[in-house]
Design a protein around this ligand. Structure first.
Ligand SMILES: Cc1cc2nc3c(=O)[nH]c(=O)nc-3n(C[C@H](O)[C@H](O)[C@H](O)COP(=O)(O)OP(=O)(O)OC[C@H]3O[C@@H](n4cnc5c(N)ncnc54)[C@H](O)[C@@H]3O)c2cc1C
Length: 338
């Protein structure tokens, strides 16, 4: 049976970085990802979105961030298993986990779950299924091919971070962008809301999409209904982007033999300050983990990786010294001396 010091389940941004860091601690690590590519939500849902809140980047396109994370990992010899779904984990003895996947079994001294929110899919327009294929062709749930929107009239629906970011990004290409939201306020980063206010995007609030029809020239007439009134208005556009968020479910853990404590409502995994679950040697980082004040951000997860890796090493090799950067720096009288 293959044996590893550390197994990381989930090749999203947080799992990839944790695997790189584990290599810096000279661990024998395997990274297991159920999809055929690395990158998690970024690759699957928003490869072309500009991410603004990752340290060191004024702005970075999702795809580029994943490329950089993979390049960082490729500096080391790491076992990366793609298209491999973890179906069970057992913990027969301390510092011993047996990981079962659809492709085989391996052994690991510690395990880090970086499995995100589980299976996810975009929340669709409630009447999406009743629309003709010709209309559906112009309804998008992600910004996969930005070039489609060049010189077009585009309606973006939604009011969260992603909707505002998408509208701003599309507006740089489109002839005219409309942003339709069912509330008066947009729930995005204040910086993005300020950019939205200053932009040429036409904001229509509080409205919901009521129906969509197609004219002979292919354009879409979108009827919007003002909330709690009978007032309607029609906007004619070429493309529609729906950004109503995502539905996800993290039920797979319940089928695993290890009994991991989850929040009954969110199904996120409960962890302590070391990102350890209720099972010694089993950690959870990134979107799957939950503790007081947790925020599902890439930046947060990047910090959690090293914490979990170092705690894992302390668990199975307690005599190994932990890493301290600049150990030669000493603070004397409030001044840093080398
Ligand atoms: C539209 C959108 C826009 C966003 N914008 C931003 C932003 O601007 N800034 C920001 O900081 N965050 C943003 N986020 C949130 C960010 O994407 C997440 O916080 C981040 O992806 C979490 O990374 P992760 O590695 O924990 O999980 P994920 O990215 O979800 O990756 C988890 C991986 O684990 C794999 N997996 C799950 N179960 C198994 C299993 N049993 N076996 C093997 N593999 C498994 C999955 O296939 C997946 O690839 C956004 C999210 C969305 C949806």
């Amino acid at each position: 049976m293959e044996e590893y010091d550390l197994t990381i389940i989930g090749g999203g941004p947080i799992g990839i970085f944790a695997a790189s860091y584990a290599n810096l601690r000279s661990l024998k690590v395997q990274l297991i990802e159920s999809l055929e590519q690395l990158g998690g939500q970024i690759t699957a849902l928003y490869p072309h979105k500009n991410i603004l809140d990752v340290a060191g980047y004024p702005a970075v396109e999702g795809e580029q961030l994943v490329k950089n994370l993979v390049a960082q990992l490729q500096q080391f010899k790491t076992t990366v298993k793609l298209a491999t779904l973890v179906t069970d984990i057992t913990n027969p003895a301390p510092n011993e986990f047996i990981i079962t996947t659809n492709r085989g079994i391996s052994k690991s001294k510690a395990v880090i779950m970086a499995t995100g929110k589980g299976r996810f899919e975009p929340r669709r327009l409630p009447f999406d299924g009743t629309l003709t294929p010709a209309i559906q062709k112009h309804i998008h749930y992600a910004l996969n091919q930005p070039a489609i929107f060049q010189g077009k009239r585009v309606l973006v629906a939604g009011g969260g971070d992603s909707a505002v970011d998408l509208a701003l990004q599309v507006n740089a290409l489109a002839k005219q962008t409309y942003l339709v939201h069912r509330r008066d306020q947009f729930r995005a980063l204040e910086h993005s809301v300020a950019q939205l206010k200053a932009s040429t995007i036409i904001k229509t609030v509080p409205y919901l999409i009521d129906s969509i029809t197609q004219a002979a020239d292919g354009s879409l007439a979108v009827t919007l209904k003002k909330l709690r009134t009978d007032e309607t208005q029609v906007i004619v556009v070429d493309e529609i982007i729906i950004s109503y968020g995502f539905i996800s479910e993290n039920k797979m853990l319940q089928a695993w033999s290890v009994n991991v404590a989850q929040d009954p409502k969110t199904l996120n995994v409960l962890v302590n300050q070391e990102l350890m679950t209720n099972v010694a040697g089993l950690f959870a980082i990134g979107d799957v983990s939950q503790y007081q004040g947790k925020t599902d951000l890439i930046a947060t997860g990047f910090g959690e990786g090293p914490l979990a890796v170092n705690a894992a090493v302390r668990g199975f090799a307690p005599n190994q010294r932990g890493p301290i950067h600049s150990s030669s720096l000493k603070i004397a009288n409030g001044e840093i001396e080398k």
